[in-house]
Design a protein around this ligand. Sequence first.
Ligand code: NI
Length: 173
Amino acid sequence: MTVLQVLKFPNPVLKRKSALVTQFDAALRELAEAMLETMYVEGGIGLAAVQVGQLKRMIVVDARDGVGEDEAERRNPYFYVNPLILESEGETVSEEGCLSVVEFTADITRAEKVLLEYEDLAGETHQEALEGIKAICVQHEIDHTKGKLFIDHLPLIKRQMVKKRLAKLARSA
Ligand code: NI
């Protein structure tokens, strides 16, 4: 089991754009598995490769929407490579947090439903219609691949305040 270090705000790498994945090889699959393990250890429902310092357009998501008694049984992981939102519909507000943004959550507005196009770990292209928490999570993770954090959705004044506070917190940690 490989657990990777999750970069935290204000690490500048988190602001960088990830590159299209073109090599669907063993290294990509190993990274995907390590990202998933890291996400479980950290208790998250999604993780983008940039959060572990890899500027690749790959995200892992697990809304724990499987069937079972406990958390481990409900695990239902998905790997999305080069994810792209083709269509979005509706609006929904929910409280978001992020493994890269410690001790802060905020209500963020997202599309309610999205049509996602992505490649799997073998490079095959698929489409999937998403709604609920998984749709929200995928939008949050795709933002990461564009160098954007959920706090970047806050109104300007609040965003500046929050970023200042989080940067101070990170310095004193
Ligand atoms: Ni995040």
